[in-house]
Design a protein around this ligand. Structure first.
Ligand code: BDR
Ligand code: CA
Length: 310
């Protein structure tokens, strides 16, 4: 089983990512930490505790992270995720408390104690991960890989050039991509193809267990924002769960190793992931970039995982 730490900002798709990650013994979650992003840091922490309470997983330690990005003011996505950050389903109140330490302290402790290298799975802005890497160079060898949702090869969902997670904290992303650690980038190229359609949501609802019902309700709400005709979506792009799908079923994806740079200063392109697909720069690859996904296989994977909660 692969040891992982989930650093997230739930967030509808983050919540579904947690639900999928905790559905199998193939992954061993050592901790859940929260980032400020989709909502304010108090709300994303509260939401992580609510989701773990729903899953009866109070055994997994949770800690809240940085209150804002490294060098900028926080931007939140309440237009996508609502006032609570998880609008839609009725969720339980947290049945346990967060650890009285920071996300960086919890991640560092888990890495230090782990007998095997750990995979970090960030699905929000990379603030906590950058702080961890900067504060604890001695722990880099304990990090097997960073499998993150963020960026894209030339499209944006927050600006014409930038994806939300990278746009919120480009300085943090810059530190992560310069770290030399193995990285898998699940960007919009693949997550925009990982759409869940209305009929897929019905299939999920029909699974019938309480967790699957919660996922269907999360998706009902998530779909509303993506119905705006300005997008060319039929369904809702399920960004963050692509990280878990790649860890458990990499055969669903096509990928290419590329050099990726983070634009921190551009006039129009702040927060852009500059992905050197055609090797213009001659720089060595620093990330495995996912480009395509078997959408039907992805939906089948979600349905299969949710049956674990029957
Ligand atoms: C990313 O931004 C957030 O709104 C989602 O949770 C996802 O992590 C997509 O750009
Ligand atoms: Ca997220």
């Amino acid at each position: 089983s692969r040891s992982i730490i989930l650093d997230c900002d739930p967030g509808h798709d983050d919540a579904i990512s947690l639900i999928l990650a905790l559905s199998t013994t193939a992954l061993t979650p050592l901790a859940v930490t929260t980032s400020a992003g989709n909502q304010t840091p108090d709300k994303t922490l509260y939401n992580a505790l609510r989701i773990l309470t729903l899953l009866a997983r109070s055994d997994i330690p949770v800690a809240g992270g940085a209150l804002k990005p490294l060098a900028r003011e926080l931007i939140i996505a309440d237009n996508v995720h609502g006032e609570t950050g998880l609008d839609g389903p009725t969720l339980p109140e947290p049945g346990f408390a967060a650890q009285p330490i920071t996300a960086v302290e919890l991640m560092a402790e888990k890495l230090r104690l782990s007998p095997v290298p750990v995979t970090l799975v960030p699905s929000g802005p990379l603030t906590n991960i950058a702080l961890l890497l900067a504060a604890h160079p001695e722990l880099h060898p304990k990090i097997e890989r960073i499998v993150l949702m963020g960026g894209a090869a030339g499209v944006g969902n927050w600006t014409p050039a930038a994806e939300f997670n990278i746009f919120v904290d480009p300085e943090a992303a810059d530190i992560v991509f310069k770290s030399g650690l193995p990285i898998t980038l699940c960007g919009l190229d693949v997550t925009h193809k990982a759409q869940v359609m209305a009929e897929d949501i019905e299939r999920i609802r029909n699974i019938g267990n309480p967790i699957a019902l919660c996922v269907a309700e999360l998706l009902d709400f998530f779909l509303i924002y993506h119905k705006d005709p300005k997008w060319d979506f039929t369904g809702a792009p399920l960004h963050d769960p692509c990280t878990i799908a790649w860890l458990l079923k990499p055969e669903l994806f096509t990928s290419q190793d590329c050099w990726v740079g983070i634009e921190t200063k551009g006039e129009y392109t702040q927060g852009m992931t500059v992905i050197d697909k055609y090797q213009f720069t001659g720089k060595p690859a620093n990330a495995t970039v996912l480009f395509d996904i078997d959408r039907q296989g992805f939906v089948d994977f979600i349905v299969e995982r949710l049956h674990a909660y029957d």
